[in-house]
Design a protein around this ligand. Structure first.
Ligand code: SF4
Length: 335
């Protein structure tokens, strides 16, 4: 890459970057929260969560003092809940030990890997460490015409991004490459006519854009059928705490298992519509039944069926709750 190409990229970023609520700040708390939320989640989805989060936990001490349940309630619907739990643990750590002063120190914070540490250190501390995500890998593979397949692309992409990082604007350099990948050098139909790197792009010159990057091998999909029983007693519904498993640990659910949960006994009031949900390479299908309970089981947490569940629920459980409510409303004796 020639220096003027790098200048063009930064000039393009200055002019064309999206206005995002966490841009124009170097506050490490705000940047850290935004980086964690944006992992595996689209920016448009993150924005309302980020804004609500900053209202509820405006400073690091606010987050450090919050209960895990409050944090998961704010995270509800964003998925990959471990991220929310780790943010809270990391906040407690920083509250006790002080703010990290380098990318290396950031890596000792709970839930912060090399990517996030580099992003925060480059934006907030001006440390010249390159950040490589899927967007940067794609820009690199096309710009350099590199056919290295799948996971192996990370290393040469990181070396390239590090070699060309602008030491006077490392945070902007990292964000400019990622923004270029997100807006212009998109996976499908890249907008090469608007690209500040077009004059030196090998994939464009060689007519190989649609062949690069060489795709990763996908993990085979695993299909899983789950049975959910929604306990009803009077005008209340019962949920249980999810204590096992990494997806939703710490959240709540209607009793759910691969086979019929034995603790929930009673006549079936209704079969609810099937709910489908995908987590990583797992395709889940929830078959749900509304169960009339003979007693108010004390091992469950009960809440009025016409009010919001006060405990955080994973997205498929929120859909099951909505279906249960629809049924109960349409069969209410007062209608
Ligand atoms: S010229 Fe096209 S393929 Fe090359 S980096 Fe720019 S957008 Fe990507």
């Amino acid at each position: 890459m020639r220096p003027e190409c790098r200048r063009r990229l930064l000039a393009w970023f200055d002019k064309s970057q999206r206005e995002l609520p966490w841009r124009q700040t170097r506050d490490p708390y705000r940047v850290w929260v935004s980086e964690i939320m944006c992992q595996q989640t689209q920016v448009a989805t993150v924005i309302p969560y980020y804004l609500r989060w900053m209202e509820r936990f405006p400073t690091l001490p606010d987050l450090a003092r919050a209960s895990e349940e409050e944090v998961l309630l704010q995270w509800q619907g964003l998925g990959y809940y471990r991220r929310g739990r780790m943010l809270r643990t990391g906040a407690q750590q920083i509250h006790q030990q002080g703010w990290p002063a380098s990318a290396l120190e950031w890596r000792s914070v709970a839930g912060v890997g090399p990517y996030t540490a580099a992003a925060i250190a480059s934006i907030c501390l001006g440390e010249p460490v390159a950040v490589v995500d899927g967007n940067v890998e794609r820009v690199y593979a096309r710009f350099m015409g590199d056919s290295t397949p799948g996971e192996s692309l990370q290393r040469p992409a990181a070396a390239w991004a590090q070699a060309w990082i602008d030491p006077s604007r490392p945070g902007d350099w990292n964000q400019a490459l990622m923004e270029l990948g997100a807006l212009i050098c998109r996976p499908q139909q890249p907008q090469c006519s608007q690209c500040p790197l077009a004059s030196e792009c090998r994939a464009k010159t060689e007519g190989r854009i649609d062949q690069l990057p060489v795709p990763k091998t996908r993990r085979p999909t695993v299909e899983l059928r789950l049975l959910t029983l929604v306990p009803v007693f009077g005008a209340e519904l019962g949920v249980e705490l999810i204590s096992e498993g990494s997806w939703w640990k710490g959240l709540y659910q209607f009793p759910t298992a691969k086979s019929r949960p034995v603790a929930i006994q009673g006549p079936t009031l209704a079969l609810l519509p099937r709910v489908r949900h995908q987590v990583t390479h797992h395709k889940l299908a929830f078959e749900s039944e509304l169960i009339q309970m003979a007693h108010r089981d004390s091992s469950l947490f009960w809440f009025p069926s016409d009010q919001a569940c006060p405990w955080p629920l994973p997205v498929p459980q929120q859909k099951i709750l909505a279906a249960a409510r629809d049924f109960l409303n349409s069969h209410s004796p007062t209608r």
